[in-house]
Write a protein that binds this ligand. Structure first.
Ligand code: SAM
Length: 438
C-alpha cells in the first residue's frame, strides 16, 4: 500500500471528524502490513480510537442499502460479503478510500497456489482448507443462482468466485464478532490493529458504546491493552484459544507458542458395530455423538472424555454386558478406568495405527522441518506450512508414544472385574481372592 493511499484514507477520516490531531494512533507500514502506530506514549487501557456506526460495514449497513431486501434471508456473513463486493466495485462507494487500503489477500492457505498448498501435504490444515474453499464455493453457487442472477440490475455481472473468496477472507481476518448486538462488523481503521503473541490479557480490547448522552449513535472503541511508547505499534491479542491451524486459516500467520500446537483426533462409533445403537445412546447421553472430535494440544493431558469414548467405541466380546440397559446410569463412570485387557489393548492398537497412518502422509520429517525453520528466512507461506506440519507431527508422535507406553503396561493395569471384586470386599490387599467358609 503506497503511503499516498493511507494519507487519503486518513484525510477521509479527518473530514468526517473520526480522527483529529489528538488521535493517539496513525495507520502506518509495519512488518505485519499496515498497522496502528502510536503518535505519543499511550497508557494501558487508554482509548486509541473511536469509530462511529456510520462507517461500519455490517448487517445494518446492508439492510439500509439498495440490496437490503434481497439479502434479508441470507446468512449474515453472505449478506455482508455481497455488500462488501458491491461497494468495492462501485466507483462512488462511500468506502472507496477504505477499499483502496484493504489488502487483496492474506497469507491464509485459502489464497495459496497449488504449489504452496503442496507444502501442506498430509496435514489436517490442508483438509480443512480444502473443505472451507468447497464450502465457500457452494455458497457462491447458491447465491449466484438465487440472488445475483435474478437481481442482475442490482449487482454487477463481474462478481465472481474470486471476489467472494476475497470478501470471505477479509471478514475472517478483520471483522469483529461476538460484540453486543453485532454479529459481524467491519470497522475501518480499527481493523488495522495487529496481533501480538506476547499480549495475554483476557479482557477484550474493544467495545461498542453510546456516543454520548444526547446521541443515539454508537461508537466502536478500541483501547491499548498495554503501555506503548511513541513510535511503537499498538497491538492486541486476537484469540488465546485458537490453534496455529486456526490462526493460519483465519489470519495467515502462526505463532511459535507451544500451546497453539494441536491435532484434532476424530473418533467414531462404527455404524456396522453390532452394538451401534447402544453405543450411540451412551455417547449421546454424555454429550458426545456418533463422531467425536478431540483437540490434543502438545504437552497437555488428553481431553477428559477421550479415553472413555475410545473404550466405548472398542467395547465388545465378553465386555459387551456393560452395554446392557441396567448399566446405563453407571457405564460412563466405568469407562473412565480400564475395562478389560482386551479393550485397553484394542484402543492402544487403534490409536497407534491411526498415528502411524497419519504420520506416513507427510512428505517431510520433523528433523527436515526443523532444519528449514532454523535455516533463516523463509517465505511467510512456507514458514506457515513448515510450522504446521512439524507441529502436527509432534503431537501425533506424542500421542503415539503415550499409547505405546500404555500398551507395555497392560498387564499392570487394574480392570473392571478386579475393581468390582474389590468393591465387594472379595479381594484382599495383596490381590488374593478371599475364600470364605460356607
Ligand atoms: N495488517 C493488516 C493490514 O495490513 O490490513 C491489519 C490487521 S488485520 C485485522 C489482520 C491481518 O493482519 C492478518 O490477516 C495478517 O495478515 C496481519 N497480521 C496481524 N497480526 C499479525 C502478526 N502478529 N503476524 C503476522 N501478520 C499479522
Amino acid at each position: 500500500n503506497p503511503p499516498q493511499e493511507i494519507q487519503t484514507f486518513w484525510k477521509w477520516l479527518s473530514d468526517q471528524g473520526v480522527v483529529s490531531a489528538k488521535t493517539p494512533v496513525r495507520p502506518g507500514l509495519v512488518p505485519e502490513g499496515l498497522g496502528l502506530v502510536a503518535e505519543r506514549n499511550i497508557a494501558r487501557n487508554e482509548v486509541v480510537l473511536e469509530v462511529p456506526q456510520k462507517l461500519w460495514i455490517n448487517l445494518d449497513a446492508v439492510a439500509a442499502s439498495e440490496i437490503g431486501s434481497v439479502c434479508s434471508g441470507l446468512k449474515p456473513w453472505i449478506s455482508v460479503a455481497l455488500f462488501l463486493i458491491r461497494e468495492k466495485l462501485r466507483v462512488d462507494s462511500r468506502w472507496r478510500v477504505y477499499f483502496n487500503v484493504l489488502p487483496q489477500f492474506t497469507d491464509s492457505p485459502l489464497f495459496w497456489s497449488e504449489e504452496e498448498l503442496a507444502e501442506l501435504q498430509g496435514t489436517q490444515l490442508l483438509s480443512t482448507t480444502v473443505a472451507m474453499i468447497e464450502y465457500v464455493q457452494n455458497e457462491f453457487s447458491k447465491v449466484e443462482e438465487e440472488i445475483l442472477i435474478p437481481h442482475k440490475q442490482l449487482f454487477p455481472s463481474s462478481i465472481t468466485f474470486g471476489y467472494f473468496l476475497w470478501a470471505f477472507g477479509i471478514l475472517k481476518s478483520r471483522a469483529f464478532s461476538h460484540l453486543r448486538g453485532q454479529n459481524l462488523v467491519l470497522v475501518p481503521l480499527a481493523d488495522f490493529i495487529n496481533h501480538s503473541p506476547s499480549i495475554i490479557t483476557e479482557d477484550p480490547a474493544y467495545e461498542i458504546k453510546g456516543a454520548g448522552l444526547f446521541s443515539r449513535d454508537l461508537l466502536f472503541s478500541l483501547r491499548s491493552p498495554v503501555d506503548v511508547s511513541a513510535g511503537e505499534q499498538v497491538l492486541i491479542q486476537y484469540d488465546l484459544n485458537k490453534s496455529n491451524a486456526e490462526l493460519a486459516l483465519d489470519y495467515g500467520f502462526i505463532e511459535s507458542n507451544l500451546n497453539r500446537i494441536a491435532y484434532t483426533l476424530t473418533l467414531m462409533v462404527d455404524p456396522t458395530d453390532p452394538f451401534f445403537g447402544d453405543k450411540l445412546d451412551i455417547a449421546e447421553s454424555n454429550g458426545l455423538g456418533e463422531t467425536a472430535y478431540f483437540e490434543i494440544i502438545l504437552g497437555k493431558p488428553f481431553p477428559p472424555t477421550m479415553l472413555p469414548y475410545l473404550r466405548l467405541v472398542a467395547l465388545g466380546g465378553t465386555d459387551a454386558f456393560l452395554l446392557e440397559s441396567i448399566f446405563r446410569n453407571t457405564i460412563w463412570g466405568h469407562l473412565d478406568l480400564p475395562v478389560s485387557r482386551a479393550n485397553e489393548e484394542l484402543i492402544c492398537q487403534g490409536v497407534i495405527d491411526a498415528c502411524r497412518s497419519a504420520l506416513s502422509g507427510y512428505h517431510t520429517t520433523i528433523e527436515e522441518d526443523e532444519k528449514l525453520m532454523e535455516g533463516g528466512y523463509l517465505d511467510p507461506r512456507l514458514e506457515i506450512a513448515v510450522g504446521i506440519r512439524a507441529g502436527e507431527k509432534r503431537v501425533l508422535q506424542q500421542i503415539d508414544g503415550i499409547f505405546k507406553e500404555r500398551e507395555l503396561e497392560l498387564d499392570e493395569l487394574e480392570y473392571y472385574q478386579e475393581r468390582r471384586l474389590k468393591d465387594l470386599g472379595l479381594v484382599g490387599e495383596q490381590g488374593a481372592i478371599i475364600f470364605w467358609e460356607t
